[in-house]
Design a protein around this ligand. Structure first.
Ligand code: NAD
Length: 493
């Protein structure tokens, strides 16, 4: 039985209740964690609030040193953290080892970036005045995290928030709280109460955290539905929101590329982490001239993906996160098939894997833009492929979406690439290299895919606000300043 982390101590929930965490590859319970409620949220926010006074004024150079130390502890515990993420989340161990490294890199990046305050000096409106802008932290940040990249998405928030001088209450996903709790003592490095972890469910922990009068900013990654609920809860308090939500990313393949190369990128974009990536390739638009060749190669490579226990080294894909998610994906495929789609590969549960929430990577053709498969986020190992006549049709269909998280094009034609880039709503646009991130570049979504950005200077600014400081450095009476009706003040009597 695990404990939470509040005010620098391991604690049980005031509710005395707990809930199980299950390994999605074996369906076995691996541990139990506290089922927190409003009382625990109050304790955690009070601790973060008390710690803010000191943390916000710590010199940037000291904060950066702590963040570098935290990064080196992450690296030192890389195997244990990756193992825990695999056990509770089902992502292959090798990919989770990579995730821990990205977390460390984010802490190093933001520790250094925040030393440059990024404020500015402004030309004054009068002589003998100085105007400057200071960047200040908000206070207590609530970081609400999903399960698909539990430590990475936590790190993008925590590193930027801490570097900017905020303190934190983290709510990990109820599916993957163990890897976050494994970091508790390492978070203690920043000081008592600076980082707190409260485990539990959305309505019992997330909602009170969003509604709490002392949480100033909500940094959330998750579904559009939950993003809406959070926005509603936050609205009466007019809280600042950073929302990283779902996507339904298009993937265009033009006829001027080496199809065998494009297919490898496409299969990777569709099925990495079983398609449970916010920026997965969810809709494939392929030029007619290369469509048949592309589909044939896509099916062949998909059929070769190795499914199995994600702890194993020779595995490409693990299980889905939970049974309800698997059933939802099955319903989406059934609906598309009933409307005329054809399954060329996969489409069911792998017979040899009887335990665990496994599902075969699935390729569909004869799909239409109207199918919910093409309109909503599937968040699973499903790749619908559609032929298009040329770049105009490809771009029109790609942009015909409520979402705007990412988009990919494979082409050697500069005009095609830039035309698509300009006309598709997407927070990230990849040309010939899907799904890559860069700590120094902003990440986030347009349209329903969110508001605000993580990473880059934008991701730091999301956690700080501007204060304009106006100073007159020679105190003197300035009668000409005051309007004529303010006679007494103008004359000084
Ligand atoms: P989710 O929205 O179900 O849950 C995310 C978090 O919100 C969890 O910690 C959950 O407990 C909490 N929560 C639930 N209800 C809440 C409420 N009423 N108030 C406050 N918190 C609440 O999402 P998920 O299933 O964990 O993750 C999958 C989704 O996340 C997908 O839609 C995916 O696209 C999205 N995602 C987006 C990004 C991005 O950067 N844009 C990255 C990864 C995942």
């Amino acid at each position: 039985m695990q404990k939470m982390w509040i005010d620098g101590r391991r604690v049980a929930s005031a509710s005395r209740r707990s809930f199980p965490v299950t390994n999605p590859a074996t369906e076995q319970v691996i541990d139990r964690v506290p089922r927190a409620d409003r009382r625990d949220v109050n304790r955690a926010v009070a601790a973060a609030d008390a710690a803010f006074a000191a943390w916000r004024f710590m010199p940037g150079i000291e904060r950066a040193a702590l963040m570098r130390e935290f990064a080196s502890r992450l690296r030192a515990r890389r195997s244990a953290l990756a193992r825990q993420m695999t056990l509770e989340g089902g992502k292959p161990l090798i990919e989770n080892l990579g995730e821990v490294e990205w977390c460390a890199a984010a802490f190093e990046y933001y520790g250094e970036l925040a030393r440059d305050q990024g404020g500015k000096v402004i030309s004054p409106v009068c002589r003998r005045q100085i105007d400057f802008v200071r960047k200040e932290p908000y206070g207590v940040v609530a970081a609400i995290v999903p399960w698909n990249y539990p430590l990475l998405l936590l790190s993008w928030k925590a590193a930027a928030a801490l570097a900017a001088g905020n303190t934190l209450v983290i709510k990990p996903s109820e599916e993957t709280p163990l890897s976050t709790l494994l970091l508790a003592e390492d978070f203690g490095l920043f000081g008592k109460g600076v980082v707190n972890i409260v485990t539990g469910f959305g309505p019992e922990v997330g909602e009170p955290l969003v509604a709490h009068p002392r949480t100033s900013l909500i940094a959330f990654t998750g579904s559009v539905a939950t993003g809406r609920l959070i926005a509603q809860t936050a609205a009466p308090h007019l809280k600042k929101l950073n929302l990283e939500l779902g996507g339904n990313d298009p993937f265009i393949v033009c006829d001027d590329v080496d199809v065998d190369v494009a297919v490898r990128g496409a299969v990777w974009a569709a099925f990495v982490n079983m398609g449970q990536v916010c920026t997965s390739g969810e809709r494939f638009y392929v030029f007619e001239g290369v469509y048949e060749h592309f589909v044939e190669r896509f099916v062949k490579l998909t059929g070769r993906l190795r499914l199995g226990n994600p702890m194993g080294p020779d595995i490409d894909c693990g299980p889905l996160i939970r049974e309800a998610h698997r059933e939802q994906i099955e319903r989406t495929i059934e609906e598309a098939v009933s409307q005329g789609a054809r399954v060329l590969c996969g489409g069911g549960r792998p017979p040899r894997l009887r335990r665990g929430y496994f599902f075969e990577p699935t390729v569909l053709v004869d799909v239409t833009q109207k199918m919910s498969l093409m309109r909503s986020e599937t968040f699973g190992p499903v790749a619908p492929i559609m032929p298009v006549k040329g770049i105009e049709e490809a771009v029109r269909l790609a942009d015909d979406s409520d979402y705007g998280l990412g988009a990919t094009i494979y082409t050697n034609n500069l005009e095609y690439a830039l035309y698509a880039m300009e006309n598709i709503h997407a927070g990230t646009f990849w040309i010939n290299d899907p799904l890559t991130d860069n700590d120094a570049a902003p990440f986030g979504g347009m349209r329903l895919s969110g508001m605000g950005r993580e990473l880059g200077i934008e991701g730091l600014d999301a956690f700080r606000e501007s204060k304009h400081v106006h100073m007159d450095y020679r105190i003197e009476a300035k009668p000409h300043w005051y309007p004529y009706n303010w006679g007494t003040i103008r004359k000084g009597r």
